[in-house]
Design a protein around this ligand. Structure first.
Ligand code: AMP
Length: 555
């Protein structure tokens, strides 16, 4: 017997119509690339998104067509999220930090028919346009007529002005209804291990993910919140917050292109931001700025940190110096992204000091809708005892089933599990802790050493700005950890002092065999350490050092 309840498909357009009807006065505040602050309300977002959908119709965009964006977090990008997906086309957000070659590759792979770009990316657009001739019909600059750059585009690729399109469109558009499983947006993985792959989110998966992150034990936005997504809208849809924000009636404060500590602190205080989310690097930048300037954060209560492991000192420094609670989350492009969030349980809520911190630094536990397990090299499931590490697998309604262009289910095993490529332990309370990427783990004498744990400890040294652990070849142990460190501005590194921070915190045999001071570490377009490049450069370091020191390397 079927239930007798209304069958309303979960569509992205419903989020913005809800926000306009029931949170009409909540604001979207944007720092624009032109400079200055733009502010308007959800009623305006909904109205302009409808105009945009009408304009897209006029440009012959049909259901399922991919429409690309090259833009920071701002109000026009938000309109694209709703206008493009709302009319059943696919919003393909592109990471502008990728190389022109990678951008051409993913735009061809995606088959994008239009490109919306902010004026600050005019040069990048010119660098890719020629190679997209015959595919991309128009480039729409996200600006008004006065700020339109003059661009040399190939013939057949029109140059259009966003504000002119919006002004010319009428407001009669009615959001269409369709199957909630239709594609809504497309995001490519950062491609650290080869060419980027497309993850194609559906309306249903995006809505369920937005509901999930709105739970109190996840990001938990509220109508009284003023939320600043530092995580870019081109990085897994800003972790779903441009959907969850309007869903909950929270105000969105969009930071635009300047994500340095001073810009963020200024915007947070000026706009009375209560919550924020982003990768560890931006919080390290903010912390450095606050400490150097003496500035305080007057309204921020919580920040969500994910994308890479959050160093312990961030939890401590933000809490004790600025009264801000740092919350750890884990996810990936393939999981929309939130797959785990660290919130207390009755068993640990009362803990203090070291015991509390031991839980807080873990990546978190699954929200309802995600299931998680760890397996060994043979695929056998491992116990959730917090000790054993294994390959992390997930499944759930917002986990990808196949990459763009591939057969549904092709990214899963026979039981429907998706292999994350992460190595993790899960404790008896369900808290998952990432110990490595499968390919970054160090295998020393047959035992695994966690590079992430070693990196986190290294950055707790006051002279260390950033650290990377790579597996260096070793004649006896196969691989040994090598520590690469970047000094904080104005400081110099005493290698022995850095190694002393490990005392008592890890088994002795985990200690890095050598410390190398470098000027900087390479990062991917989403701010993660480029371990593959570092491994290639430092793989033979220990062996070379032994030879230099006159040792045969065979002992
Ligand atoms: P991306 O798809 O670019 O978002 O990258 C996803 C990967 O980032 C994951 O598979 C993890 O390796 C890593 N990652 C994300 N969040 C965390 C976290 N909190 N701690 C450690 N690694 C993380």
């Amino acid at each position: 017997m079927l239930g007798l309840m209304q069958d309303q498909p979960l569509l992205i357009s419903h989020i913005i119509t809800h926000a306009a009807r029931h949170h009409g006065a909540a604001e979207v505040v944007s720092k624009t690339v032109e400079g200055g602050i733009h502010r308007y309300a959800y009623t305006d977002v909904e109205r302009r998104s409808r105009r945009l959908a009408r304009a897209l119709q006029a440009l012959d965009v049909r259901a399922g067509d991919r429409v690309a964006t090259l833009a920071w977090n701002g109000y026009r990008h938000l309109e694209l999220y709703y206008g493009v997906s709302g009319m059943a086309a696919v919003c393909h957000t592109i990471n502008p930090r990728l190389s022109a070659d990678d951008i051409v590759f993913i735009m061809r792979d995606a088959g994008d028919v239009l490109l919306f770009a902010e004026t600050s990316f005019a040069g990048l657009v010119e660098a890719v346009a020629e190679r997209l001739a015959g595919q991309v019909r128009a480039v729409v600059m996200m600006a008004d007529r006065d700020r339109m750059p003059s661009l040399a585009l190939p013939s057949g690729m029109a140059l259009l002005c966003y504000e002119e399109l919006i002004a010319a469109a009428d407001e009669e558009y009615v959001w269409p209804g369709f199957d909630e499983r239709m594609a809504a947006s497309l995001c490519y993985t950062s491609g650290t291990t080869g060419r980027p792959k497309g993850v194609l989110y559906s309306h249903r998966s995006s809505l369920l993910h937005a509901y999930a992150i709105s739970m109190a034990d996840v990001i938990g936005l509220r109508a009284v919140d003023r939320f600043l997504p530092v995580v870019p809208m081109f990085h897994v849809n800003a972790w779903g917050t441009p959907y969850a924000g309007p869903m909950c009636g929270a105000t969105l404060v969009m930071p635009g292109r300047h994500l340095d500590g001073a810009s963020l602190a200024g915007l947070m205080n000026d706009e009375r931001v209560s919550m924020s989310a982003g990768v560890p690097t931006v919080w390290l930048g903010l912390l450095q700025h606050l400490r150097a300037s003496g500035q305080l954060l007057h309204t921020v209560q919580r920040i969500t940190v994910g994308g890479s492991a959050c160093p312990r000192m961030l939890f401590e420094a933000f809490a004790t110096e600025y009264g801000v609670r740092v919350e750890h989350a884990w996810g990936m492009t393939e999981t929309s992204p939130v797959g785990a969030y660290n919130a207390p349980r009755p068993s640990n809520a009362q803990l203090t000091g070291e015991a509390a911190m031991a839980v807080r630094v873990k990546q978190g536990r699954v929200p309802y809708g995600i299931d998680m397990r760890i397996v060994d090299d043979t695929g056998a499931t491992l116990p959730h005892d917090g000790m054993r590490s294994g390959h992390l697998q997930v499944r759930g309604a917002w986990v990808c089933s196949a990459y763009f262009g591939e057969a549904p289910g092709s990214a899963l095993d026979a039981e429907g599990w998706f292999a994350t490529g992460d190595v993790a332990s899960i404790d008896a309370d369900g808290y998952m802790e990432i110990t490595d990427r499968s390919k970054d783990v160090i295998k020393s004498g047959g035992e695994w050493i966690s590079s992430i744990q070693l990196e986190n400890i290294a950055v707790s040294h006051p002279d260390v700005a950033e650290a990377a652990i790579v597996a260096a070849k070793h004649p006896k142990w196969d691989e040994r950890p090598l520590l690469l460190v970047v000094a904080r501005p104005g400081r110099s590194i005493d290698k022995d002092a850095v190694l002393r921070v490990y005392e008592g915190r890890v088994p002795k045999w985990w200690l890095p065999d050598a410390v190398v001071v470098v000027d900087e570490l390479p990062h991917t377009a989403t701010g993660k350490l480029q371990k593959a490049a570092l491994r290639a450069r430092f793989r033979d370091y220990l062996i070379e050092q032994e030879l230099l020191n006159g040792n045969s390397g065979k002992e």
